[in-house]
Design a protein around this ligand. Structure first.
Ligand code: C2E
Ligand code: CA
Ligand code: CA
Length: 329
């Protein structure tokens, strides 16, 4: 059945690529009523969807526990969003030629009473699945803009930019551009104090409402960056007709640049492609002096990574930026 679903389907002259995912429950191991069997199949299905779409998963009892554990975390997350139990940390991004800090990427963390600091990779997907990403994302934007407004009052930091990650559901949510305009007004910031980091996934579908939001944001002067560039889709079409200002080369390529010739060539090719389109380039995950030198030789514009600084809480950042005009990295 899955094979039959796989592959192109033509619907009124448009070719669509669809795939199915299936969860299977067998009698009597997984249940002995129609209802319990369907429930078990559904549990297996949601696991298959999370782990590998397009495949088939058979129900096993441990899945029930995992689902229950996820439900517990999901309800804690709901409460945490309501109580704003999150922290936004900031990681400096330098302009490579001058080595000055010119931007900060806002990265959210969840300090949890029992489990310590929970990294975003563990709760952002859950927030996306449950729709909580919309209120959480709004709070992150507000915190980020509030922080950058404060920092910009310090000498040498007047033009600092904050880059905020935006999930694919946030962009088409009603009133997204308007809420950004309001936040900029509230903190008396120009549009170019903010940069939004989107993944290719948000742009690839080419939805008219997304295009509209992007052009509204463009009119405000808000910057648009493509995050994790090169890891997702290779359709480059959107680069032609969307107001993209920056590409962020994924840390995966940066990490192996020194040892893998293909990665080095890819990094070089991304920089050339971007520059030909008048798009600037940020390299992520820069951990060594050699990597920074290589990127500088290839004309990469900005760098971010542990070599320069790890993400840090606002108070620590203030110390780090003290005398922001000085060289970092
Ligand atoms: P990302 O946007 O690609 O963020 C970069 C990640 O790389 C961050 O992980 C950062 O701490 C880490 N990193 C920075 N420099 C280095 C380095 O030199 N070496 C290595 N190995 N790692 C480095 P983090 O903070 O755990 O965030 C993980 C992901 O979670 C982010 O990936 C982003 O996709 C997502 N995320 C974080 N904050 C937010 C948010 O506020 N909203 C949304 N929607 N997603 C977020
Ligand atoms: Ca990012
Ligand atoms: Ca990335």
């Amino acid at each position: 059945m899955l094979d039959r679903f796989n592959g192109p389907v033509t619907v009124s002259d448009t070719t669509l690529f669809v795939a199915a995912t299936a969860g299977v429950a067998t009698y009597p191991e997984a249940g002995n009523t129609a209802q319990s069997l369907l429930q078990a199949a559904d549990t297996a299905l949601s696991l298959a969807k999370r782990q590998q779409r397009g495949t088939l998963a058979f129900y096993a009892p441990h899945m029930q526990q995992e689902t229950r554990a996820r439900l517990v975390v999901a309800s804690e997350l709901r409460q945490a969003v309501e109580d704003r139990q999150f922290e936004v940390h900031f990681q400096p991004i330098i302009d490579i030629p001058s080595r000055r800090v010119v931007k900060l990427e806002a990265l959210v963390r969840w300090p949890h009473q029992e489990r310590g600091m929970i990294p975003p990779a563990e709760f952002i997907p859950l927030a996306e699945e449950s729709g909580l990403i919309v209120p959480l994302g709004r709070w992150i934007l507000q915190e980020s803009l509030r922080s950058i407004a404060t920092l910009r009052q310090c000498k040498g930091c007047e033009t600092l930019v904050v880059a905020v990650n935006i999930s694919s559901q946030q962009l088409p949510a009603p009133g997204f551009a308007a809420s950004i305009r309001e936040l900029l007004d509230q903190y008396q910031l120009p549009g170019d104090a903010l940069e939004l980091e989107l993944t290719e996934r948000s742009l690839i579908q080419d939805r008219p409402e997304v295009r509209e939001v992007l052009s509204e944001l463009g009119a405000l002067g808000v910057g648009l960056a493509i995050d994790d560039f090169g890891t997702g889709y290779s359709a480059l079409n959107y680069l032609r007709h969307l107001p993209v200002d920056l590409l962020k080369i994924d840390q995966e390529f940066v990490r192996d640049m020194g040892t893998d010739d293909n990665d080095a060539l890819l990094v070089q090719a991304i920089i050339s492609l971007a520059h030909a389109l008048r798009i600037k380039v940020v390299a992520e995950g820069v951990e060594t002096e050699e990597q920074l030198q290589f990127l500088q030789d290839k004309g990469c514009d900005f760098a971010q990574g542990y070599l320069i600084a790890r993400p840090m809480p606002f108070q620590v950042l203030r110390g780090f930026l003290e005398g922001c005009g000085t060289r970092h990295g």
